[in-house]
Design a protein around this ligand. Structure first.
Ligand SMILES: NC(=O)c1ccc[n+]([C@@H]2O[C@H](COP(=O)([O-])OP(=O)(O)OC[C@H]3O[C@@H](n4cnc5c(N)ncnc54)[C@H](OP(=O)(O)O)[C@@H]3O)[C@@H](O)[C@H]2O)c1
Length: 402
């Protein structure tokens, strides 16, 4: 029954030639796949890459940018570079876990600093960190460290700053994975000492992905930036640390651009905006008499299971070339309607990021002692939305879950 429903729902894209791995359905005809491949080749051929050791200059659509890669930092070089350093990693949440374990597996001298007997303390013990050896309370870890990697949650970075700042003495390096605290210092009160290097490595993914990609022998893409260069070595240190925590390629940016783009993106296409689009499309389908399964499949399932991975792998031009002529015509026609209607919302969002409103809201919300309870109530509301309840049922019918 379920697969019959699927086939009917997905008919505009279906052909018999290719079977998508997850749902056993297809969107590409042999002819259009071949044409799509042909269409995509010149695009890749047009990317010019010049390489000098571990630095590549890549032409991104006419703008040349330098990209750093780990090839220039083999393990022996990393070990030698950090031979006199103790990396004190403060906080053991998502990023602390991923970056900390990767640093340890790379053989560097890394210690963890967290609240004693908190969730992170216990988590760290489970991961093999040993109290008194390489697991300490925050103050003790900071006093032992030469490179202080502040991986507390952004709200906690602000809360704990009055205690941390006096310990950041000359000669130490301060490391962040988000530009949030120093860029919005008027709100966070994180005013860094003027006599230390302050650098950033921001992995473009969750800490869990930082870890799994490292274990797979691959590396996550990261942004790197320098806030303050006292020694003249800050950028080099950021690149070396980027490699040490498990990055494959590193893109240079500034703290400000990193935090602006990150806050904007997660509120927009990465999560908030896309959730809003899903809800709007689903609600209209339901109000116009479509069943929950049909509305969900046509809104979320096909997007996440089939089309988005293909767009990610090949680009939008490829996707248009690979879909049916009917789908292609309508999708291209409607693009600009969505674009022009949504652009003012995106501008409003960007303004709200740069004027600090988003930071203020995040600090207030996340510092509330009732934060976890309130957040759980919000999650419960989302979990109980019809669209996500329908999604749970659809997911249970995926071949891999049967
Ligand atoms: N998560 C991501 O996908 C991601 C991606 C790129 C960059 N980043 C950045 O990486 C940094 C760390 O983020 P995260 O997501 O890994 O953080 P997280 O998972 O929220 O980790 C929170 C850590 O902060 C500690 N903490 C919270 N409140 C505290 C307080 N009042 N005093 C002392 N410790 C406190 C927690 O310890 P307890 O267990 O003791 O509460 C935990 O170890 C942030 O700057 C974030 O923006 C995150």
């Amino acid at each position: 029954m379920a697969s019959r429903t699927f086939t009917r729902v997905l008919r505009p894209f279906v052909s018999r030639q290719f079977v998508a791995p997850v749902q056993k359905r297809t969107i590409i005809t042999a002819f259009s796949a071949a044409r799509a491949t042909a269409a995509v080749t010149p695009r890749f051929a047009g990317v010019s890459v010049q390489q000098k050791r571990g630095v590549k200059t890549i032409d991104f659509a006419g703008v040349k940018e330098e990209v750093y890669e780990r090839a220039d930092w083999p393990r022996e070089k990393l070990l030698d570079y950090f031979k006199n350093d103790t990396l004190a990693l403060i906080g053991y949440g998502s990023q602390g876990h991923g970056q900390g374990l990767n640093l340890r597996d790379n053989g560097l001298n890394v210690i963890i600093g967290v609240r004693k007997n908190g969730a992170s303390w216990n988590e760290a013990i489970k991961d093999g960190w040993v109290p008194g050896k390489n697991l300490f309370e925050m103050d003790e870890a900071i006093s032992k460290g030469t490179i202080i990697m502040n991986l507390l949650s952004d709200a906690a970075q602000s809360e704990t700053w009055p205690a941390i700042k006096p310990q950041l003495t000359q000669g130490k390096t301060l490391y962040f994975s988000h530009g949030f605290s120093p860029v919005f210092k008027d709100l966070t009160k994180v005013e860094v000492p003027t006599d230390i290097d302050v650098i950033l490595v921001a992995p473009k993914g969750s800490g869990r992905t930082v870890r799994t990609l490292f274990k797979d022998g691959r590396g996550i893409n990261s942004s790197i930036a320098v806030w303050q260069d006292v020694t003249g070595k800050a950028k080099e240190k950021a690149i070396a640390l980027g490699v040490a925590v498990g990055s494959g390629y590193m893109y240079e940016t500034t703290f400000q651009k990193e935090v602006y783009s990150d806050l904007y993106g997660e509120r927009g296409c990465l999560m908030g905006g896309i959730h809003g689009m899903f809800l709007a499309q689903y609600e209209v389908l339901r109000e116009r008499g479509h069943s929950p399964s049909e509305a969900f499949n046509e809104t979320v399932e096909e997007a996440t299971q089939s089309l988005y991975p293909l767009i990610g792998g090949n680009g939008m031009d490829w996707m248009y070339a690979a879909c049916s002529t009917t789908a292609r015509r309508g999708a291209i026609d409607w693009t600009n309607k969505f674009r022009h209607n949504l652009k003012p919302v995106f501008n409003q969002l960007y303004d709200s990021v740069i004027d600090g409103s988003e930071t203020k809201r995040s600090l207030e919300y996340n510092s509330d002692p009732e934060y976890r309870k309130k957040f759980e109530a919000e999650l419960e509301e989302i979990r109980n939305m019809e669209i996500w309840r329908a999604g749970k049922a659809v997911r249970s019918l995926r071949p891999e879950n049967n």
